[in-house]
Design a protein around this ligand. Sequence first.
Ligand SMILES: Cc1cc2nc3c(=O)[nH]c(=O)nc-3n(C[C@H](O)[C@H](O)[C@H](O)COP(=O)(O)OP(=O)(O)OC[C@H]3O[C@@H](n4cnc5c(N)ncnc54)[C@H](O)[C@@H]3O)c2cc1C
Length: 477
Amino acid sequence: MKVSIIGGGLGGLACATSLAHKGYDVHLFEKNSTLGGKMRPVTLGDYYFDFGPNTITMPYVFNQVIEQTGVDAAPYFRFVEVQPHMKNVGVNGETFYLSNDRAFMIRQLQHLDPHGAKNYPAFITEISRLYFLARQHFLNKAFLSKKDFISPKLANALLAVRPFETLEKFLQRYFTNPFVLQCFMRYATYIGSSPYKTPATFAMIAYLELVEGVYYVPGGTASIAKGFERRARELGVKIYTNSEVTNIDIDNGVAKSIELKQGEKIFSDLLVVNADVLQAMPTLDSSFLAKKRQITPSSSVFVILAGLNKKIASLEHHNVFFSPNYFNEFEQLFEQKVYADEPTIYICNSSKTDVTRSPKGDNLLILVNAPAGQTPPDQYDEKIMKQLERYSIYIKDAIVQKQIITPQTIEQDFNSYKGALYGYASNSFRSAFFRHPNKSSIASNLYFVGGSTHPGGGSPLVTLGGMHVADAIVNQH
Ligand SMILES: Cc1cc2nc3c(=O)[nH]c(=O)nc-3n(C[C@H](O)[C@H](O)[C@H](O)COP(=O)(O)OP(=O)(O)OC[C@H]3O[C@@H](n4cnc5c(N)ncnc54)[C@H](O)[C@@H]3O)c2cc1C
């Protein structure tokens, strides 16, 4: 059976590899010259950067893509734990490191938030419960139609995962220090959302980091996508890069063919779309256009890739420098839809763990959240670098390589609606839990994978989604 896959992001690659292993004749079309989608390696002179996923959780999910095909994952990529995994810096220079070492966390909380130190074991128990419920009922299979979202079992599970409490309110049950709260509230941004709106359910992301840990892939995190591509090719997947799909021909409830920008028509029995559904759907289903206008896209990012001629000793692998007014930052991003005056700044310095990535100095990925679809103000990079100086991080005069990435670049490069990272924001119960199903309601052989569909964004979830959609295809066809 011939399957065409549109898009070679992690979701498309995981699906392609799984289907090829099951004997399908898989053809993958990617508009860019390289695969991996947002998991993209960038080289500037002697400096290597991972644009996209830097904080890797659930390593077993990536291994599973390879191992399910009957071979060991180690020759394709391997993981090392980053410990502690995050340095958070508050406006007054206070620090709070995150780790899956509970004793270490409690020791820090005893100084910063004694009430939180006492509550920490109960907090870990509760976020573990949220994660296991979500995994059992929500993350473990494809959701093929709207009906899958309204089963009584799922409804009971959803009610048990604190869907109507916000992440902020949930965290306030356990912690009192505003800086500590800020550090844990930041998990909402992992799904492109606001901690003041997103359901407490997403505290389960904290489970992944604070219980299971954070990982790095020696050679760069993009080695995961390269590993998927290598295994896909070994299993016979035909990969066509520089091949943008411009149309899907649906006839009588069946997707018959796709059309490439070059004009060629490709016929197949099954079709899997890894492109952002918010971009792909309106061309398939005009009723989707009205829906699209109502949705709140997830946040986007403004990124500076900076290769330095020096190493900054105070920087760890992952670092966050918090905004003095966190509430205002999200008001600006989601309500006013403008760039934050004083954004929270994330810096990834992977050369701290892997010096081979930039032997001559630090390779900084400096990232702030950005409102989807909005052009950055002039000299926003200068503003960010100036703000970092408050934390004694001086980089302006040390930069030897630099590239800026805006929501517009992300929209163009990956065909993501308004440059949003995860399609829809998860700022409400509805948008968090009722994402686009993995199967089309207008064509019986058309499936969807990737961050804008169930189970949602983030590199492990889109990878899981890709494997689950492959399983669903095997069951149905
Ligand atoms: C700056 C940044 C930081 C991130 N940080 C993290 C992190 O730390 N941890 C984490 O887990 N996740 C992170 N993410 C999110 C993660 O990268 C994504 O959730 C995941 O990689 C998305 O995979 P995907 O399969 O949904 O699709 P994408 O990566 O969006 O890939 C879709 C592919 O489809 C192609 N395509 C689109 N339209 C067409 C068409 N018409 N024809 C042919 N091809 C098409 C695109 O070119 C693209 O290659 C980050 C993302 C960004 C941008």
